[in-house]
Design a protein around this ligand. Structure first.
Ligand SMILES: Nc1ncnc2c1ncn2[C@@H]1O[C@H](COP(=O)(O)OP(=O)(O)O)[C@@H](O)[C@H]1O
Ligand SMILES: [Mg+2]
Length: 364
């Protein structure tokens, strides 16, 4: 075979090889891009997935991503962080999650602020939220459970429930301008349909009409008590309205207007009337809400404070003021009333851990 005829025979093959080569060169960048994407996805996929799954809850995402490291460093077993940030506590590890300082240590370890709440076998991890200076919302009351919602939890931005079930007294204190009057308005709005409400302002209203109204409430309470009422165990249809007395600037009523004997007696009488309503009012569906700038023994008797099942304290300047209202010093990890902004209050309803709540501003 001559060399020319061999070339003729190979030329289609050469052409085909050239085409293939060109195709390969054309596709090469795509292939490389595909491989790089696959590698990147392989590395970033779980992270991207977690980011989408846990949304704004960076703390939950970081804990999920660092489960093993957390186990090694803290001896805490984290099998899975659910979408809401909750983790089932492994047997025998509750005390470890409750250990003072654990929150700060985890935050440092994971390089993100973190808020832990431990309840009924679950620990919930959340990123603290940045709340705007005012939040609009509609205060609500659920008569069946006896829970009031007048704002949101400042660490989670979730609706915050306050239980007034089986309670007859609420104390609310804080510096002037801390938002007490607005908070009272929110409570009044929430309760308006299911209650008969009378409001007094110590700075505005006169002592005589105050005494007359309190006596009337006392009379209703006695009628209810003598009928054997057990208000909170009655079903909703047969239950009469809650009798609510809202007393703003209440210090005026407990302190004598002057040093005269008659003024002192009048103040003592008002104090004993209020004490009686709180002491006996629970099963008659009576609720007294007392607000004042300060809750000290000379302004609001500690005896009355201790009868109140709900204690609420807004911004104060001295730690002992917070303690005077709550009746205890907030522990490690508890919210601090010295850090409360306008409209924010630390709440103890004897049913949940201490929380800080930001009260809704009324919708315009
Ligand atoms: N929940 C709130 N959110 C935002 N701002 C508030 C809130 N409550 C009160 N404020 C602001 O603080 C001011 C003082 O509130 P107010 O209830 O009169 O305080 P206090 O009765 O404790 O003296 C209000 O005029 C309002 O501008
Ligand atoms: Mg006020």
């Amino acid at each position: 075979m001559s060399s020319s005829s061999r070339e003729d025979l190979l030329s289609p093959l050469n052409d085909a090889a050239e085409v293939l080569q060109e195709k390969f060169i054309d596709l090469l960048p795509w292939a490389i891009a595909l491989i790089v994407t696959a590698i990147v996805l392989q590395a970033l996929g779980p992270w991207l997935w977690r980011k989408a799954w846990y949304r704004d809850n960076t703390a939950a995402r970081r804990v999920q991503g660092a489960r093993k490291a957390i186990g090694d460093a803290f001896g805490l077993t984290v099998s899975r962080v659910r979408r809401d940030g909750s983790i089932r506590i492994a047997p025998g590890e509750t005390a470890k999650w409750l250990r003072p300082g654990i929150e700060d240590e985890l935050a440092h370890f994971l390089h993100t602020p973190i808020h832990l709440t431990v309840r009924e076998g679950l620990v919930t991890v959340k990123s603290p939220v940045n709340l705007p200076a005012s939040i609009q919302g509609r205060p609500r009351f659920s008569p069946l459970s006896g829970t009031l919602v007048i704002g949101v939890d400042t660490t989670t931005a979730d609706r915050a429930e306050i239980s007034i079930r089986e309670k007859s007294g609420v104390v609310l204190a804080g510096k002037p301008g801390s938002g007490k009057t607005f908070a009272l308005k929110a409570i009044k709005y929430a309760l308006r349909e299911k209650s008969f409400i009378r409001t007094f302002d110590g700075k505005r209203d006169d002592a005589e009409s105050f005494k007359k109204t309190v006596r009337k409430v006392q009379h209703h309470m006695e009628t209810r008590l003598s009928s054997g009422m057990d208000y909170w165990s009655m079903n909703e249809e047969s239950r009469p309205k809650l009798l609510v007395l809202i007393l703003d600037e209440v210090q005026t009523w407990f302190n004598p207007a002057s040093r005269s004997k008659s003024d002192k007696e009048a103040a003592a009488e008002r104090e004993s009337l209020i004490r009686d309503l709180i002491q006996r009012g629970r099963s008659a569906g009576v609720l007294v809400i007392l607000a004042s700038q300060r809750i000290t023994a000379d302004i609001i008797p500690t005896g009355i404070r201790d009868l109140c099942g709900v204690k609420v304290v807004g911004r104060v300047t001295r730690p002992e003021d917070g303690e005077l209202v709550l009746g205890m010093r907030p522990g490690e990890g508890d919210p601090d009333p010295m850090k409360a902004n306008r409209g924010q209050f630390v709440v103890d309803d004897e049913e949940r851990p201490l929380r800080m709540i930001q009260v809704y501003m009324p919708r315009a």
